[in-house]
Design a protein around this ligand. Structure first.
Ligand SMILES: Cc1cc2nc3c(=O)[nH]c(=O)nc-3n(C[C@H](O)[C@H](O)[C@H](O)COP(=O)(O)OP(=O)(O)OC[C@H]3O[C@@H](n4cnc5c(N)ncnc54)[C@H](O)[C@@H]3O)c2cc1C
Length: 495
C-alpha cells in the first residue's frame, strides 16, 4: 500500500480521498479547519446553523460516485429531496415565475406566465440543453486532457457542439428561443456561476442551466448542505482514510529526485507520501506550498470570477407562501449590472440577489419559530473591484436588511454574520473570490490550469481553479480526475 496525502477536506479533496481510498491507497487528508467542507462550511451562531457556501445543490449523482468508490450509497449517507420549485424568480415588475421540476410542470408555468409561444419553445430548449449536456459531460468535462490536442480526440463530438451553436454566446442562444425577457434572465443568469455575463459566456455553459433548471435542485433531508461533506468524510474514514483536522500544510516536500515526497505541517511535522493531491486554491498553493516554482502560464494573466457578499441572518419568524427555499430577485438593470461587476469593478447599480431560507425545508436549522436566512449579492472581485469593504460592509448589511423588510421576509435579526470579498481573500482565495477563475475560453478545458505538476512528478491538483472548474458538481469531478492521475502515476501499486 502506498501513501497519498490530500491537502484540503473541501469537496474536491473529499472526492479525491474517496476515490483514492477506493483504489486501495492509504490516504491521509490534512485540513487547517476543524471540520470538513472548506467553502461548503458550517457556521453555528446562537442556536442557528448556517451553510457558509453552496446552497444550490445539483447533480446528486456526482456525490453518489465518490461514496460508491468506498462502498457507500447516497440514499443512506445523505438522504435528500428535490426542491419544487427549485427557485422562485421575482422580477422588477412585481411578477413571479416558479422554476418547477418536470417538463410538463415547467411548460405549464411558462404558459401561465409568458404565454403559449414561449411554452412551446421550451420543448426545443430542453432538447437542446439535454443534447449539449450528453455531449459535453463525457467528452469535455468528466475527463482528463493532456493537451489542447485532446479536444480533437473526438472530432464528432466537437462537430456536434459546433452544429448546436455551443460556441456562440449563451445570452443570444436563449434570446433566440424565447420572447419574454424574464425567461432570458431566468435561463441565462447561470453564466454567473461560470463567472461571466450571459453575453460573454459561450453557449456551452447552458449545461449549467440544464443542471439546475431542468435536472433539478436538491437539499439534504437534515443537516443542511454541510451534510454533504460530512457524509463524504465519514465514508472515506470508514473505508480507511485518516483525517488530520486543524493542521495547516506549509510545504509540499520533494525527494532528492524531485518527486513528491510528502508535506510539512505548520507544527514542523513531516508526513511522507508517494503522491500529493493539493486542493488549496491554486494560485495560493503555488505561492505558499511550492514557492520556488513559477505558476503555470495560464495563471500569468488570470481573469477571476466576480465575488459575492453573503449575509447570514438568524431571524425571528418563519416565511409565508409564496416565499420558497431559493428566491432570486432580478434587478431591473441587466447589462449594466454585469458591466459594473466585471468591468468597472463597482457594486451593481440595481442588484440581483439570491435569498435562500433552508429552514423552509429543514426547520431544525434554527430555534423554534425562527429561520436561517442567507442573502447573496454578487460583488466585484478584488482584482477589478474599487470597493472599500471596511466602510462598505455596514452599509451593505443595512441595504440587505432593508431588502428583506421590503420583500416580505422575516427580518427581526437575532444573530448575523456578513462575509465580504475581503473576507474571502483573508481565507486564502485569490482575488477575494470564492468562485475561482472565470470560465472564459482561454480558462476552460485543456486551457485551464491543469491538474498535473509536470515539474514535480507525484503532485496533482484538484479544486475549482483547475479542471473542470467551479461549483460543487465540477469540484467533485475534479477530485475524481486527480485520483485518476494518481492511479496512472502509481500503476499497479494500489490493491
Ligand atoms: C458563498 C458561496 C456560494 C456558492 N454557491 C454555490 C452553489 O450554490 N452551487 C454550487 O455548485 N457551488 C457553489 N459555490 C462554489 C462551491 O462551493 C465551490 O466551488 C467548492 O465548494 C470548492 O471546493 P474545493 O474543494 O475546490 O475548495 P475548498 O472548499 O476551498 O477546499 C479547500 C480546502 O483546503 C483547506 N486548506 C487551504 N489551505 C490549506 C493548508 N495550507 N493546509 C491545509 N488545508 C488547507 C481549506 O480549509 C479547505 O477546506 C459557492 C461557493 C461560495 C463560497
Amino acid at each position: 500500500m502506498n501513501n497519498v496525502i490530500v491537502v484540503g477536506a473541501g469537496l474536491a479533496g473529499l472526492s479525491a480521498a474517496c476515490h483514492l481510498t477506493g483504489q486501495g491507497h492509504h490516504v491521509t487528508v490534512v485540513d487547517r479547519e476543524r471540520v470538513p467542507g472548506g467553502r461548503s462550511g458550517l457556521l453555528e451562531l446562537d442556536g442557528f446553523t448556517f451553510d457558509t457556501g453552496p446552497s444550490v445543490l445539483t447533480m446528486p449523482d456526482l456525490i453518489a460516485e465518490p461514496l460508491r468508490a468506498v462502498g457507500g450509497d447516497l440514499e443512506t449517507a445523505v438522504p435528500m429531496h428535490r426542491l419544487d420549485p427549485a427557485y422562485r424568480a421575482c422580477f422588477e415588475d412585481g411578477s413571479t415565475i416558479f422554476v418547477r421540476f418536470g417538463h410538463e410542470a415547467m411548460r405549464a408555468e411558462i404558459d401561465r406566465t409568458c404565454g403559449s409561444v414561449d411554452a412551446a419553445a421550451f420543448d426545443g430548449f430542453v432538447e437542446w440543453l439535454r443534447t449539449l449536456y450528453l455531449i459535453e459531460m463525457p467528452h469535455f468535462i468528466d475527463r482528463n486532457f493532456d493537451s489542447p490536442l485532446g479536444l480533437l480526440a473526438n472530432p464528432r463530438a466537437a462537430a456536434q457542439l459546433l452544429r448546436l451553436g455551443a460556441f456562440g454566446r449563451l445570452g443570444a442562444a436563449v434570446r433566440k428561443r424565447f420572447r419574454d425577457p424574464r425567461l432570458h434572465r431566468l435561463f441565462s443568469f447561470q453564466a454567473m456561476y461560470a463567472g461571466l455575463a450571459p453575453d460573454e459566456a459561450l453557449a456551452l455553459y447552458a449545461v449549467i442551466t440544464y443542471m439546475d433548471s431542468i435536472n433539478g435542485v436538491w437539499f439534504p433531508d437534515s443537516g443542511g448542505m454541510h451534510a454533504v461533506p460530512t457524509a463524504l468524510a465519514q465514508a472515506a474514514e470508514k473505508a480507511g482514510a485518516t483525517f488530520r483536522y486543524g493542521e495547516s500544510v506549509t510545504e509540499i516536500l520533494r525527494s532528492t529526485h524531485g518527486r513528491a515526497a510528502g508535506v510539512r505541517l505548520a507544527s514542523g511535522e513531516r508526513l511522507s507520501a508517494d503522491a500529493v493531491v493539493c486542493t488549496v486554491d491554486l494560485p495560493v498553493a503555488y505561492e505558499k506550498l511550492l514557492p520556488d516554482l513559477a505558476p503555470p502560464k495560464s495563471l500569468a494573466k488570470p481573469q477571476y470570477s466576480p465575488s459575492a457578499v453573503v449575509w447570514h441572518a438568524g431571524v425571528r419568524g418563519v416565511p409565508e407562501a409564496p416565499i420558497a427555499h431559493h428566491n432570486i430577485h432580478f434587478g431591473a438593470q441587466w447589462g449594466e449590472a454585469f458591466d459594473a461587476l466585471l468591468h468597472t469593478g463597482e457594486l451593481m447599480p440595481d442588484p440581483s440577489r439570491l435569498v435562500t431560507i433552508p429552514t423552509v425545508d429543514d426547520p431544525s436549522l434554527a430555534p423554534e419559530g425562527c429561520s436561517t436566512v442567507y442573502v447573496l449579492e454578487p460583488a466585484p472581485n478584488l482584482a477589478v473591484g474599487k470597493v472599500d469593504w471596511k466602510s462598505e460592509a455596514p452599509r451593505m448589511r443595512d441595504r440587505l436588511h432593508q431588502f428583506l423588510l421590503d420583500h416580505g421576509y422575516p427580518a427581526e435579526v437575532v444573530t448575523e454574520d456578513l462575509v465580504t470579498p475581503q473576507d474571502w481573500q483573508d481565507q486564502g482565495m485569490a482575488a477575494g473570490t470564492p468562485f475561482a477563475l472565470a470560465h472564459t475560453f482561454p480558462q476552460t478545458g485543456p486551457f485551464r490550469p491543469g491538474n498535473v505538476e509536470k515539474r514535480v512528478p507525484g503532485v496533482f491538483f484538484a479544486g475549482s481553479n483547475t479542471v473542470p472548474g467551479v461549483g460543487v458538481p465540477m469540484v467533485l469531478i475534479s477530485g475524481k480526475l486527480a485520483a485518476q492521475r494518481v492511479a496512472d502515476y502509481l500503476p499497479g501499486r494500489a490493491r
